[in-house]
Design a protein around this ligand. Structure first.
Ligand code: TYM
Length: 329
């Protein structure tokens, strides 16, 4: 059976971008593939969380994974930091990852811009740790959003380089995956760019209805179309993109028609959008709350997950050590 690996950093709650870019695929894939879904808590150290925040965030994302419908009886759900084998593979891959290619990565350049006072080596080698996460289970498919395309390209490159260097056909080259064929980018509410935890433009699955209404009503738009079938500005297009994932096709078509006839009132569009987001997120939010309170259950999920993940990871590490030339006397 084909193997799937994916993860989400534990640096804040899940937003609609995480859900529609990644999690929605996890839910479908868990039935047809051997899936490993983890929480990237090592990766979250690149932004220096406090010990208290680190634990709370991990617990929150784990509760959200489960509330969304990831089934730990079918998929392996675990914490990255519970699988120390991944750090060994990370170290080994680092020897064949070059500073030049790492500094050229778009996500690294973005982080340098976002946190100029904390450009740590963990940020630079972020794609190497990500490659280790994926290839340690010999995955072939990685459900992620469009922003991760380049990191996946790096993963393939590191896998290929290992195979070439040691003249083996050991690691498969995994590819980014989305059921809808194209990788997705959910935009933010600020008129440009993608929805993101660090951008302050996100709608979270656990946002209360009044918060969602407030955020959506404040979303950037424009002064309205002045001629029929006018091309949409970026901010308006973004609202329609969000509407396409949470609302019914009839609703989307209704507002598109109004736009094309220059009869649209953005206030009405936003009101409808907010209500549709609330309808979508409410059952998840309620479930998160319930699961978060059940510490015994959460601890059982991560214990079982860690066991399964380590079984697969330690096999790879044994074989990799041998390929590289570490041998017992
Ligand atoms: P993170 O936490 O930044 O994002 C988690 C997932 O959500 C997707 N995503 C989006 N998709 C569409 N539109 C958006 N606006 C949007 N924002 C986020 C991301 O593409 C991602 O799929 N580096 C990974 C975490 C990771 C990982 C891995 C993923 C670490 N190791 C191994 C897969 C395999 C990340 O950026 O997480």
């Amino acid at each position: 059976m084909e193997i799937v690996v994916s993860g989400i950093r534990s640096t804040g709650n899940l937003h609609l971008g995480n859900y529609f870019g990644a999690v929605v695929n996890y839910l479908k894939m868990q039935h047809d593939y051997q899936c490993f879904f983890f929480i990237a808590d090592y990766h979250s150290l690149t932004t220096h969380p406090t010990p208290r925040n680190l634990h709370d965030n991990v617990k929150q994302i784990l509760s959200e994974y489960l509330a969304c419908g990831i089934d730990p009886e079918i998929a392996t759900v675990f914490l990255q930091s519970d699988v120390p084998e991944v750090t060994e593979l990370y170290l080994l891959l680092n020897m064949n990852a070059y500073v030049g290619e790492l500094t050229r990565t778009t996500t690294f350049k973005e982080k340098v811009r976002q946190q100029p006072d904390n450009v740590n080596a963990g940020l630079l080698t972020y794609p190497v740790l990500m490659a280790a996460d994926i290839i340690i289970h010999k995955a072939t498919k990685v459900p992620v959003g469009k922003d991760q395309e380049q990191n996946l390209e790096m993963t393939r490159r590191f896998a290929r380089r290992f195979n070439t260097m040691y003249k083996v056909d050991y690691f498969p080259e995994p590819s980014a995956f989305n059921f809808g064929h194209q990788l997705i980018k959910i935009p933010g509410l600020d008129g440009s760019g993608k929805m993101g935890k660090s951008e302050g433009n996100a709608l979270y699955l656990t946002d209360k209805p009044e918060v969602i209404r407030k955020k959506v009503m404040r979303a950037v738009t424009d002064s309205g179309p002045v001629k029929e079938n006018q091309e949409m500005s970026e901010p308006v297009k973004n609202l329609f993109t969000i509407m396409e994932v949470v609302s019914s096709p009839d609703t989307v078509n209704h507002f598109r028609d109004l736009y094309n006839r220059c009869e649209i009132r953005y206030g009405d569009l936003k009101k409808q959008l907010a209500e549709d987001i609330i309808t979508f997120t409410t059952p998840i939010r309620e479930k998160v709350h319930e699961i978060y309170g059940d510490n015994d259950y959460l601890s059982k999920v991560v214990r079982t997950g860690a066991e399964k993940a380590r079984e697969s990871a330690s096999k790879t590490i044994r074989e990799v050590r041998e390929i590289i030339g570490f041998k017992p006397f």
